[in-house]
Every structure is written in C-alpha cells, then in structure tokens.
Design a protein around this ligand. Sequence first.
Ligand SMILES: [Zn+2]
Length: 58
Amino acid sequence: MPYTIKAKCPCCNKEADGLKEIDEKFGWRIPNDKTIPQSYCRKCRAAHCKAGEPCKVK
Ligand SMILES: [Zn+2]
C-alpha cells in the first residue's frame, strides 16, 4: 500500500509532497529508529532560521 508523506516548513512555508521531494527539499532525521522529515527545509537550516524570528531565506 503506497503511503504519502508530506512536510511543510514552518518558517518559509515551503511544502514537500512525497519521499522524493522531502529528500530534496528537507532531508531526514532519525532520532530513535524512526525516520522523519526535518521540520525546517534545507534552505532555512542553511540560513540558520529559528522559530519566532523572520525567515532569512529569500
Ligand atoms: Zn524553510
């Protein structure tokens, strides 16, 4: 059964739909045997965006 997974960056509101897009735009983290998407997209992480601060990604 195919399953869909989505991610949305809370900072720049970028969305990724499906494993491939999440792989490209967000990346993954594996905190404890679970593979889950990064909450922030790659660009925001690269720009060191933080919650409560304006997004630095243009
Ligand atoms: Zn972002």
